[in-house]
Design a protein around this ligand. Sequence first.
Ligand SMILES: Nc1ncnc2c1ncn2[C@@H]1O[C@H](COP(=O)(O)OP(=O)(O)OP(=O)(O)O)[C@@H](O)[C@H]1O
Ligand SMILES: [Mg+2]
Length: 631
Amino acid sequence: MVKGEDGADKIRADKIGSEKIIRKPVLRRNIRPRKERNKERSALEPPTVAEAEAKKMRAVNPAQYYRQNLGQLGFGDPEHALVQTIKELVDNSLDAAEAMGVLPEITVVLAATEKEYEVITNRIKDGGIRRFPIFKISVEDNGCGVVRSKVAKAFGKVLYGSKFFSFKQSRGQQGLGVHAAIIYAQLTSLEPATITTKTETDEKAYRVVLKIDTEQNKPIVISAEEVPFDRIHGTKVELMVAGEFTKKVESFIKELSLANPHAELKFILKPTVNGEEKVIHYPRATKTLPPQPKEIKPHILSMEPGALLEMISNDKCCRDAKQFLVRHFVRISDLKALQLLSAAKIPPNVPPREINVETLFKAAKEVDIMRPPLDVLSPIGEEALRQSLRRLYPDAEFIEATSREPWSYRGIPFQVEVAVAYGGASVASDCEIVRPGVFKAKVIRLGNKCPLIYDSKDCLLYKTVKEINWRNYKLPQEEGTLPLAPMVLVVSLISTKVPYTVPGKFAVAYHDEIHEQLRLALQALGRMIHSYVTHRQRQEHERHRQSIFQIYAREIARDLSLLTGTSQEEIFNKLMETVKTKLKHPEKRGPLKEEAPKLKAPPAPSIVSKLPPQEKKAREKPQHTLDAFIR
Ligand SMILES: Nc1ncnc2c1ncn2[C@@H]1O[C@H](COP(=O)(O)OP(=O)(O)OP(=O)(O)O)[C@@H](O)[C@H]1O
Ligand SMILES: [Mg+2]
């Protein structure tokens, strides 16, 4: 026994076993259930912080979450929200038309109403309140329509849709877009959404007026009825949203038509109640429907290990590990599955739940599994991009487009396309003026054929354009900026899953493979721009030399007239004719990419042949010929 610090008798640990342990008798208190004790205590004492927190805990459903965080979906303020509403509705319409395999025909009507939405601000200038008009927006398409039994959920339940689980290129990916627009509409205007839809087998259309119950994440159907509809199939969505009409609306419309040259787009805009109505009509630039994207299964390497584990635990359809791999993943044949399982030391006939995910992943990286099939994508197409740019910028001096072969990032197929419109008043009017006479290039970013309008600084597409050293291609550029030239650059990414940074789909996240393909595509485009700029510089140089020649032409004509006896006017006219031919020649070639044929000055024997023999000999020396002079 030793004395403790407090002087109490203690049993030393090392003596345990050698000495007898003396236990003090424990006074057993009357133990009552914890619930009873807590109740008693809570009546006397305030709850602990943990208890207070526990009382507040409850599950959050996605509708509640996004109602509070509409900014993540592009509905953070009236200016963004107006463009985002049009974008979400038109994206769905384009997807629905392409799913049906028809050329899209979309009509968008945006009209200001008398109603206003008030926002409290801190700005004294606004008197503490900012007022935004409520716009009525309707988007009508000729898409596949929605089956009646699904209309309420497709528009009234957040994270409900047809695209989330499908590995197929489409504009929509999540089941959020139209729902966010409807929630924003009901928050700002208090008005429900009206959806009129007709499938090809319906006799009449079905009109549903609904709101979203965000507390329950379910639709509140206000009315549902049959109505006549002009189209054989299609959908019309009508919403009332608070918005601010800025020039972004029209630039979005322009970019949308650029990305979808096969779509017929009509916009009827009335930004103010008493103002003029403006109709913007983009007839389709091409009647060729882009190839249908194909649906594929996921690639095993595109999966997170945790997701694979969950898939394995929930699998009810496969009898063994081999069947599981073959049935659920692309590029895994019977033979490949056996190879993979043997590399992972997993017997092929064990039930799927016995697959060890870690060893399977390790083996998948070692065994050579082919990249996913890359012919599943539907790009815009180089020719369609050129036509589209020519339609928007008819006076552009130079238009070109190029694309890379499809590739894959983390097992997900993607493809990169880039295009340029250079020079011309219409291009310059779309570019920012840095200082008088100096323009900064404009970048149009597209993700699965939808314009990405906000957050360009965080976007891989934009950052890669800035990284390129455009000076190599004869374009002026200041360190880390866009090229300083009047040009519009289009950068398009197509994929079965575009890796956006946020659910609002504003910017593309960084992936090595996408970055590399983009860089190569932009460099190829840079080379095309380079050859055009060189050709233009050569033309300029040629014009300059011709103008110098013209200055001296009259004097030469006078001298030659003295020497030859031919009239001065005749010689002068002939000289000018030669100049004109030389000026005309380079223009014939047009401003496009081909290397310019070498300009040859027409011979001028007519004048030399008329000279006396001695003079003639002297003049035939190359340095004195007119050819040499012109050259
Ligand atoms: N115009 C339309 N025509 C046919 N179906 C539509 C239309 N609009 C919406 N839908 C259906 O409603 C679903 C939900 O649309 P929503 O925009 O919320 O999500 P999404 O398009 O699937 O993905 P994302 O959130 O990326 O837009 C769609 O998946 C589609 O099935
Ligand atoms: Mg959508």
